[in-house]
Design a protein around this ligand. Sequence first.
Ligand SMILES: [Zn+2]
Length: 217
Amino acid sequence: MDLQDTGETDTRISSNNDAKKCCDNSLANNISNETKTKNEKRTDYLSWDDFFMATAFLVAKRSKDPVTQVGACIVNQEKKIVGTGYNGMPIGCNDDEFPWGKNNPVDNKYLYVCHAEMNAVLNKNSADVNNCTIYVALFPCNECAKIIIQSGIKEVVYLSDKYSYKKKMIAAKKMFNASGVIFRQYIPSKQHLVLDFSEINSNMTQMPCTPEKSNDN
Ligand SMILES: [Zn+2]
């Protein structure tokens, strides 16, 4: 309710003191709530875990794999992202020419695709990833576990362990336990996160306009 509405409402009910008092209280509450909303810290912001896992999921959207898109996000101890990666073909291996299927024993994606964890480590923008945490959608395989351990990463946060029965994941856990790499499952605070690009232009009081060209330019 804006201030103009307030004036009109007050005039209309001026003969009824009780109603006016009620309205005034309601108005005060509205203004109070609005002030509170605009001047106090948001409480529904993303947690760090939500943010880094969501980043891993966003990065996965870059993957061209028709079946499984996995992303990884490496975070240092200052909560800064130092590397991201997704599953894809090695540099120079044209992803229009290399195979994305897995049924042909020779022409098979498993021979070529780099996993998200490997790419995230190799894409790092810091000197090293010692003592970092890696966020991944799926529990890492044994090959990625080796890379994680050798790179100095100390914690793995994963969302799903749906292949826990496979020997690759069993071996990965065995190696993590032996080398002291902590792993924990991330439980999302909500199942869906929506990115709405139009949100930034909502509730605008003034529409943007293109600056006019000056005549003498
Ligand atoms: Zn892997």
